[in-house]
Design a protein around this ligand. Structure first.
Ligand SMILES: [Zn+2]
Length: 166
């Protein structure tokens, strides 16, 4: 799928660069995220779970925390979150609680191994669709191939210790 706003690919490229930095960092993982408000990146990061010994330090949470702390705000209404991988349930919920308006992601569930998600069937799109908020949207598949190439594929056999969801 191609981007539906002119800057989507450019911001996804930034998220991809962060993911690649994560791949080079011990204790990090190759998933990157940027939060954009009024056309400006206000927070960004890659997965830092092993680096921080913090299971909640997914790329999206890292970027949201930096954005909120940098702006001194508790919500990011109107912001767009770009993630190289479809956000998990925790990060999708964080977007709702942060009032983020738009989620754009690269690799989709079907592009990667199930280790990146927590539920056999529930999909982030169902969470977004079912939210009380009606000012939210999600778009997947932007630069999907490049984003998925950094992750374990659907038919890969990642080591069990790498699979935090089992
Ligand atoms: Zn997550």
């Amino acid at each position: 799928m191609t981007a539906d706003k002119p800057d989507d690919e450019a911001f996804m490229r930034r998220a991809l660069a962060l993911a690649e930095a994560g791949a080079q960092t011990e204790g990090a993982s190759p998933i990157g995220c940027v939060v954009v408000l009024d056309g400006v990146v206000v927070g960004e990061g890659h997965n830092e779970v092993g680096l921080r010994h913090d299971p909640s330090a997914h790329a999206e949470i890292v970027a949201i925390r930096r954005a909120c702390q940098g702006l001194g705000r508790d919500e990011l209404r109107g912001a767009t979150l770009y993630s190289t991988l479809q956000p998990c349930g925790m990060c999708s919920m964080a977007c709702i609680w942060t009032s983020i308006g738009r989620i754009v992601y690269g690799a989709r569930r079907q592009d990667v191994h199930r280790m990146y998600f927590e539920d056999r069937h529930l999909d982030v799109l169902d969470i977004i669709d079912d939210a009380f908020r009606n000012d939210m949207s999600a778009l997947g598949g932007v630069l999907a191939g490049e984003c998925a190439a950094l992750c374990y594929g659907p038919d890969d056999a990642p080591p069990l210790e790498a699979q935090a969801n089992v």
